[in-house]
Structures are given as structure tokens and as C-alpha cells.
Write a protein that binds this ligand. Structure first.
Ligand SMILES: [Zn+2]
Length: 88
């Protein structure tokens, strides 16, 4: 059983301070890219795991301890965050 990326938005927002659902992740496994909202999120284990919707490789893993957040993005070749026009 998995949920979509929207279900993990709160945890990632707490850790990163950005809305991860609109970020575009490129899978290091198959090269596909898509918005985080379309990733397959598993939240049954310790922390949450986001898997590629195409090949099911792990894109991102986030574990929240009482004091810290551990973010593992090794499965994402790149993460593109839409920020709007650059300041300055
Ligand atoms: Zn993939």
C-alpha cells in the first residue's frame, strides 16, 4: 500500500521549508522525471520512502527523529524546485 507524494508533503515541508509536491525529481535509476506529487510514498516503516512511479526505485527517504530530520536523496539524480523569478 502506498499513497501519493501529497501525503508526505507535510514532513518534507517541515524539514526543507518548501513545498516538495511541485518539485520535479529525476530518477537516478531509470532517468524518468516527474513531480514529487506523483511519486509512490510508503509511510509504514520508520520515516517515509518515496519511490519512482516508473521503476519503483527509491527516490527519497526522510526519517524524523525527535530532534532531527534525515534526508536521503541519493536515488534522485536531480531535484528541481520551482521558486519563481530570482530575487535581485
Ligand atoms: Zn525510476
Amino acid at each position: 500500500m502506498h499513497i501519493d507524494g501529497n501525503g508526505a508533503a507535510g514532513m518534507f515541508a517541515e524539514a526543507l521549508g518548501v513545498d516538495i509536491t511541485t518539485a520535479v525529481l529525476t530518477c537516478a535509476g531509470c532517468g524518468d522525471s516527474g513531480p514529487f506529487a506523483q511519486a509512490q510514498v510508503y509511510d509504514q516503516g520508520p520515516g517515509v520512502v518515496a519511490r519512482c512511479a516508473t521503476c519503483e526505485a527509491v527516490l527519497a527517504r526522510l526519517v524524523r527523529t525527535p530532534t532531527d530530520a534525515w534526508l536521503d536523496l541519493r536515488g534522485a539524480r536531480s531535484v528541481r524546485l520551482p521558486l519563481g523569478p530570482a530575487a535581485g
